[in-house]
Design a protein around this ligand. Structure first.
Ligand code: SDX
Length: 428
């Protein structure tokens, strides 16, 4: 029996159940609150509100802990592959060798796009934002798979759309990039890994195949592992919200792309590079920029810093910081932006403004430098975040349907005009 929480208001006491999670997080169950009291809670931005119980990912923001199905992100980053981590996030256990082989084969089998989609890409202007193209084309996948527009969570009715989305998202991203640069689409190669194939589809030319350095292919696979899932963040909550109406998985992940695009969320990785480039090219000192970021009257933020949940170092930022060094050394590349990033981080660590607000580098602070070193264009950074996040979005959509959750429909507190008489035009 759970401990009770007592809510007292105007002399009336209400006992509320509590729920204690497997990591001893405590939630007050308010599902009966309005029926019993007529009252609701109010929590703009949902900083104190749990939308669900979930077995997929655990974050301890104070301790900088991130685990997927109980496995530490540090272990997955060091030992796993993106395909293995995607399977873990989706199905709850590390795959056996045969399970992983079958999963990878299904992903490989779905690597190309229906030829009919070519016309859609060619209809977009060359400067079309890749996240807009990605969101549109993920929804367009539904047009070519109308038999898969269900809420199935088991069997081929789930595994096939899942494989299609996780696999084809690479081709959509690469085709968007190539079409906007006047290049023909590069078909996937059956002999390449998930990440290797994405790089091939992005950068190979008709008579010169792109062969990534092992360090580059590993770095991209690690990037995808680190983005695989992250509890009920803005875009994952969007996927759940859209899926709760029983809209298809294609439309749910398409909506997730829309939420991820924002500069406060997944779009931050592009903004970090723009910020570092601005500092580097416009002769602004890191010190000047930090002062602007602290100034309430300045629109500048230290992009890639701060997090709703992490109040200490984002473990993913730590791992990416280490990986950036490896890739730059392997490519024999010096990036002045990296030195500026180190300087900004050093400053923020000693500034009261950042310390008092628990602002540390998040996943986006170093990821942009890594992608830039690999040769990914800045406007594609958030697209790659979406590619990595697909297994997490799909796993959350599946978990929601397995729990048979009701349609998501938050309440509000109305603060507008009370009833007033309608006055015809001549009398206003
Ligand atoms: C991601 O949720 C997730 O899990 C997301 C993510 C995932 O994997 O899905 O981890 C990916 O989105 C990472 C975050 C990427 N965004 C950025 O790097 C953008 C810069 N960061 C901020 O916009 C902000 O920190 C957020 C959006 C990340 C968090 O916003 P919150 O939790 O609403 O915090 P807040 O805006 O209320 O800030 C609290 C205080 C404010 O100052 P005061 O009003 O208390 O004086 O901290 C300040 C803010 O002004 N602040 C910053 C800052 N971030 C917060 N000041 C300067 N620079 C910053 N980056």
């Amino acid at each position: 029996m759970s401990e009770k929480a007592i809510l007292e208001y105007k002399g009336t006491k209400l006992e509320l159940d509590t729920i204690v999670g497997s990591e001893n997080e405590i939630g007050i169950d308010i599902t009966s609150l309005r029926a019993k009291t007529g009252m609701i809670t109010l929590d703009p931005g949902y900083g104190n509100t749990g939308s669900c119980t979930s077995d997929i990912t655990f974050i301890n923001g104070e301790k900088g802990i991130l685990r997927h199905r109980g496995y530490a992100i540090e272990d997955l980053a060091a030992e796993s592959s993106f395909m293995e981590t995607a399977f873990l996030v989706l199905y709850g256990h590390l795959p056996s060798e045969s399970e992983l082989t079958a999963f990878e084969a299904e992903i490989k089998s779905e690597a190309t796009l229906h030829y009919g989609m070519k016309g859609h890409f060619e209809g977009f202007p060359d400067n079309a934002p890749p996240m807009a193209v990605l969101s549109a084309m993920l929804n367009a996948l539904a047009c070519y798979n109308t038999e898969l527009l269900t809420t199935a969570t088991e069997g081929p009715a789930f595994t096939i759309p899942t494989a299609k989305i996780i696999s084809k998202v690479r081709a959509i991203a690469a085709w968007a990039y190539r079409t906007s640069n006047g290049k023909p689409f590069m078909p996937p190669r059956p002999d390449l890994s998930y990440s290797g194939n994405f790089l091939h589809m992005m950068f190979s030319e008709t008579f010169s195949l792109y062969e990534p350095l092992p360090e580059v292919e590993r770095a991209l696979d690690l990037f995808f592992i680190l983005h695989a899932d992250h509890e009920q963040n803005c875009s994952t909550s969007t996927v759940r919200m859209v899926g709760s109406s029983h809209a298809s998985l294609f439309s749910a992940v398409s909506a997730g792309v829309g939420a991820l695009w924002g500069p406060l969320h997944g779009g931050a990785n592009c903004e970090v590079i723009k910020m570092l480039t601005h500092i580097h090219e416009d002769g602004i000192s890191p010190r000047e920029f930090v002062e602007k970021a602290k100034d309430k009257n300045s629109p500048e933020k230290l992009m890639g810093f701060g997090h709703r949940v992490y109040k200490s170092f984002d473990p993913r930022a730590k791992i990416l910081k280490g990986q950036v060094d490896n890739v730059l050394k392997a490519l024999n590349v010096q990036d002045p932006l990296l030195d500026i990033a180190y300087e900004l981080e050093e400053m923020a660590r000693s500034e009261d403004y950042f310390i008092e607000r628990n602002l540390y580098p998040n996943v986006d602070f170093y990821s942009g430098i890594l992608l830039r070193a690999i040769g990914i264009p800045v406007d594609m950074f958030t697209v790659l975040f979406a590619i990595g996040r697909m297994p997490g979005w799909i796993a959350n959509w599946r978990e929601m349907h397995e729990q048979s959750l009701r349609i998501s429909r938050p309440r509000q507190i109305y603060t507008g005009e009370t009833l007033r008489e309608y006055t015809p035009m001549g009398q206003r």
